[in-house]
Design a protein around this ligand. Sequence first.
Ligand code: COA
Length: 345
Amino acid sequence: MKSDQPDGAPTTAPLSGISIVGTGSAVPKRLVTNTDLEEIMDTSDEWIIKRTGIRERHVHDREAGETTSTMATEAAQRAIKAAGMTASDLDMVICGTMTPDMPTPSAACIIADKLGAGQIAAFDLNAACSGFVYALNAAHALMVGGPYRSCLVIGADSVTRYCDFSTFGRAVAVLFGDGAGACVLQQTDDTAKGLITQYMHSDGGGAKHLYIPTRKGDFYDQAEFDERQVSHILMHGPGVFKFAVSTFPKLIAQTLDSAGLNPEDIDHYICHQSNARILAAARDRFGLPEEKLYVNIDRFGNTVGASIPLILDEQTRAGAVKPGQKVMFLAFGAGLTWASSLWQF
Ligand code: COA
């Protein structure tokens, strides 16, 4: 339902006052270009750019000690510094990740400890590529309903450890990269700021299109079992593409309708980076100019939970995201999951 406000009129209802006061990001040192991939598998720079828009990605070196929590801690330190705070000011850490360093403890517990944040609430949230948006929404709800005044929200993944960098795994391996992004949410007295609306969805019936089998019994289709596929991402690319292309516009429309806003009222659409063609389709559908729906997949690939906070940090540091603007975060991923979060900055 649209509001009866004139187009572009600011939302007047008081908001929570919760504000994103600092951002940070970190990627591994090792840069892998499409040309590098040509040397280890049967692929080409031309194929990858044409189908995905990706030119290069950062890949972590586990042997050198790079993990989800090391990247996330670096990103978090930058976000805390940008917020003008110290780790001891935090009340909670939520890390959206599907690749914690190990099954337990959570990456969030490790990160909170590395930061020196004290004995605060810390937990991971697994919604795959939607992890950061789910975490943002969860953090806002816990801050509104609980005693938490400052919360660190992270999206971090070292997904390339589940990629097979051989010709057998090329359809998946060329798509992904590693990284981490973080932001600090703080309760303020300014009720012109805060979350305007949010949606979170899932469809486990679509899990079979994108998952990581860890043994033969995990294969949704037993005929697909192949030892080389165990502990590697199994993706039906065209199925996921179709899901994403159809879901993205519906999610944008649902979020705009709930806020009573029009597409042009939003200053930034910060979208999960999975494929440049999917993002271009969403831009065309809503007539959005390029600067409103920024794309950086060419430099990072699909970094799963990190992709949205990586953009948020880039755009914030470039001075593109300004106080008073409306920012919509949008993601979709394995699960299947999809989610939005619309903020008044
Ligand atoms: N290099 C060269 N050729 C490749 C290749 C690679 N890295 N990967 C696959 N191919 C080949 C295939 O083997 C196939 O060859 P064939 O026609 O001889 O069988 C051909 O390229 C076309 O493969 P197809 O899978 O049909 O390509 P596509 O146009 O569907 O593009 C994706 C593949 C993965 C880029 C596309 O499906 C996609 O982006 N899907 C969504 C993925 C996604 O967003 N995942 C994350 C969700 S969060």
